[in-house]
Design a protein around this ligand. Structure first.
Ligand code: COA
Length: 260
């Protein structure tokens, strides 16, 4: 499939999706969001791809937000559709039963931070800056920022970032739990690949079930979440991978999971 504003490369079971409009700091215009949607479908449907990494082209930015030139031309009904469409695409990424890593190589602002928050985990280069500056433009986040940010860092810290509009550096983002790891810029992609390799060496169905239990349980509340966890636990126990995992432990060898 051909893309204008992103690159999609698959290597060793891992898809690398690179936002590729460096001259505009990889700002998300409607065309790019459409391409992300197609890329996520491609990744979800490909049995060869087991995980993905998202990053930005160039030295400066992961994604510096939604494209302000496009936003400036929207009337309210269009703006609502624009937000709903982006939300749907980001949700597709979040719900995919394949782990995703945001490799945040620079600015992750507005829609860029929202995209990173839809990933399973976030790894920031020590030079990254993250924020939700929308209120400085007279709008608020529209791609899930008001919902995912408090879920990740808590209500008070989320409101601080959302209302001040001020960006934070990678160290502060790590301190508040917005990113999982901070690494030197030169190590960013290799660290993300290594993290995914570790996860992908585990039982694939168990990994997917754990992701689903966290995602669905967070919104359903504790009681329903616990029921969901118990049901998922039952399903995992029926897999061949469970037999292999436990057998390998008892035989003091590495498991060979088949994803069955
Ligand atoms: N939408 C559209 N274009 C954007 C953009 C965005 N969100 N962010 C950056 N760009 C464009 C700039 O307009 C500029 O284009 P030009 O060369 O045609 O003028 C180019 O990318 C480079 O950006 P520039 O502002 O010159 O880089 P900088 O290093 O001086 O500043 C930022 C970097 C990230 C601080 C600054 O670009 C910025 O504040 N961007 C907007 C961030 C934002 O508010 N995002 C939320 C949007 S809802």
């Amino acid at each position: 499939m051909s893309y204008n504003n992103i690159r999609l490369e698959v290597e060793d079971g891992v898809a690398l999706v690179t936002l590729n409009r460096p001259e505009k700091l990889n700002a998300l215009n409607a065309e790019t969001v459409g391409e992300l949607s197609r890329a996520f479908d491609e990744v979800a449907d490909s049995p060869q791809v087991r995980g993905l990494i998202l990053t930005g082209a160039g030295e400066k930015a992961f994604v510096a937000g939604a494209d302000i030139r496009e936003l400036a031309a929207l009337v309210p009904a269009e703006a609502q559709r624009y937000a709903a469409r982006g939300q749907k695409v980001f949700r597709r990424l979040e719900e995919m039963p394949k782990p995703s890593v945001a490799a945040i190589n620079g600015y992750a602002l507005g829609g860029g931070l929202e995209l990173a928050m839809a990933c399973t985990v976030r790894v920031a280069s020590s030079q990254a800056r993250l924020g939700q500056p929308e209120v400085k433009l007279g709008i608020l986040p529209g791609y899930g920022g008001t919902q995912r940010l408090p879920r990740l860092v808590g209500r008070g810290r989320a409101l601080d970032l959302l209302l001040s509009g001020e960006p934070i550096d990678a160290a502060e983002a790590h301190r508040i739990g917005l990113v999982n790891y901070v690494v030197p810029p030169a190590d960013l992609l290799s660290f993300c690949r290594q993290w995914l390799r570790k996860v992908l060496a585990n039982a694939p169905l168990a990994v997917a079930l754990a992701m689903e239990a966290v995602d669905a349980g967070l919104d359903a509340g504790l009681e329903q979440g616990l029921r969901l966890e118990a049901a998922a636990f039952g399903v995992a126990t029926a897999t061949e991978d469970r037999r292999e995992g436990m057998q390998a432990f008892l035989e003091k060898r590495k498991p060979a999971f088949a994803g069955k």
